[in-house]
Ligand binder design. Sequence first.
Ligand code: KG4
Ligand code: ZN
Length: 349
Amino acid sequence: MSYFDTARQKQQALAKAGHAVILSIETSCDETAAAVVRDGREVLSNVVYTQIPLHRRFGGVVPELASRNHVDQIGVVVEQALSDAGRSLDSIDAIAVTCGPGLVGALLVGVSFAKGLALSHELPLVGTNHILGHIAANYLTFPDLEPPFTCLIASGGHSHIVRVAEYDRCELLGKTRDDAAGEAFDKVARVLGLPYPGGPELEKLAASGDPKAICFHSAFNEGDGFDMSFSGLKTAVINTLHTAEQKGEPVNRADVAASFQYAVNTILSDKAVRAANGTLALAGGVSANRNLRGMLQRKADRKGIRFCCPDFRYCTDNAAMIGSAGFYLLMRGHISDLDLNATPYLPIC
Ligand code: KG4
Ligand code: ZN
């Protein structure tokens, strides 16, 4: 029997039983991560090796360095995830791997490694969308959360508002027209002289600033639609800093950080809460921002909406979220053959 026929038989048996222990792998950007997750909800292990110190001196992720470092680390990280879970590959039911979106060279490391494991152990392989993974971080945190719900995804590469119709199906309600929210945080942090990744650093600096000190206005975001734009805000910050520099006036960097953070988070939270009814979830790296979590919680409370956001350890890139999303794909029959490829611009809907 071919690899795929065997994998399909195993998938069907797992779907019938409704149970699976998944080894998941995530290498879409600058984290090499592996996890073991039971039934999409229970994390048995979660190992994240971050490359941040490697990229910091360049002020951002250098794709070629990221790929090479994934190659160096992936074996160790996967072994650690299995050992932390007290399992060998013989007691794993399926392999889930991020196949896009992300950096193509980085994704290929995880995809190739996962294919090798799947073939050698005749295990079903589940190519998993990274963004679907970020959404699933909420399933790990809220055992009772099930689709349908509305989700705001704000990461380094994406800012989307979607309706999660089913575990394997989203409907796009709105998206950024230019920079992603995390990307805007990173770029503004950079002009403020903060190290990469800028989002968490900017949040720290903003804590001692006044969010109402400067009004960073953005006309595009005032409409009724759910699309967003952040590059205008970024330019407004840069102009404020340059003008002050040219005039020789001092700038309160904490005020700039707090005002920018307030502007971005107001746009994200206003639109997401307006799009939601019933339940609103938050996902993606920017979900670690406490100011955004607080704003969403307050606005959701006012509208009588349930608000969910992931536990901090599942906000930024990790493999546990891929194991959760992969479980639901597996249960619905979405398995991949060995021609699974990395897709840098894989859409979510
Ligand atoms: O989801 P993620 O780990 O990677 C992508 O899929 O892009 O998101 C990383 C992004 C970066 O832009 C980072 O600056 C941002 O999330 N981020 C934050 C915070 N923590 C991470 N942005 C604002 N506040 C934070 N606390
Ligand atoms: Zn991510």
